[in-house]
Write a protein that binds this ligand. Structure first.
Ligand code: ATP
Ligand code: MG
Length: 194
């Protein structure tokens, strides 16, 4: 499951857990992006902060792991490169790529989309406020998951406005955000919430 994870929240974790359960997956690898190409207009937290929050959030689940492939590859992150790297590390594995409804809608615009289908099976999960498109492809499954109306954007805006993020993100992530003072100076977020 790729994502910016700025910060990781319970919407990500529920989606991953549901897909793992429904598809009988042995492992869910969370892959924080390097430089996210769709988000170049906003400041994204340091990759190391996003990586560590993802580690903290997933540490208690024996099937959840975190990969550094995207943060260690220079330049913008493309899902095709993520999948190629994961495949090289796990040549025997059947790869599934987990995406929410909003990312699923953009998938056809991703780099080297034709090769994407050969590298992994895609699982699109429902997300409140987003239509889950049916791409009509055998390589794509759609799964309804418990609705979690949580986004990282909203979590950042809450922190910037000194509103709570308890129970939206795991406890350790709340504490990590406070420890490093993340998102406090997110002027855009504050303005949007004012
Ligand atoms: P941002 O608001 O910064 O875009 P986000 O909450 O959308 O953050 P991302 O890191 O962009 O989180 O998302 C990573 C993946 O998780 C995407 O495929 C996204 O669709 C999916 N996802 C995020 N939040 C949810 C949610 N609440 N329910 C289902 N899927 C989600
Ligand atoms: Mg997003």
């Amino acid at each position: 499951m790729g994502g910016t994870f700025d910060p990781i929240h319970h919407g990500h974790l529920v989606a991953a857990s549901e897909v793992a359960s429904k598809f009988g997956l042995d492992e869910v690898v969370f892959v924080p992006t390097g430089e996210p190409w769709q988000k170049s207009s906003r400041r994204v937290s340091l990759a190391e902060h996003r990586y560590l929050m993802t580690v903290i959030a997933t540490a208690s689940n024996p099937r959840f792991t975190v990969s550094r492939v995207d943060i260690e590859r220079p330049g913008p992150t493309y899902t095709i490169d993520t999948l190629r790297d994961l495949r090289a590390e796990r040549p025997e594995a059947d790869l599934y790529f987990i995406t929410g409804a909003d990312a699923m809608a953009q998938i056809v615009g991703w780099k080297d989309v034709d090769e994407l289908w050969s590298l992994a099976h895609f699982v699109g999960v429902t997300r409140p406020g987003h239509e889950l498109p049916d791409l009509g492809r055998a390589e794509v499954s759609l799964l309804e998951v418990p609705a979690m109306a949580i986004s990282s954007t909203d979590c950042r805006a809450r922190v910037a406005s000194h509103e709570p993020v308890w129970y939206l993100v795991p406890d350790g992530v709340v504490q990590y955000i406070a420890k490093y003072g993340l998102y406090l100076d997110d002027a855009n977020a504050k303005a949007a919430r004012a």
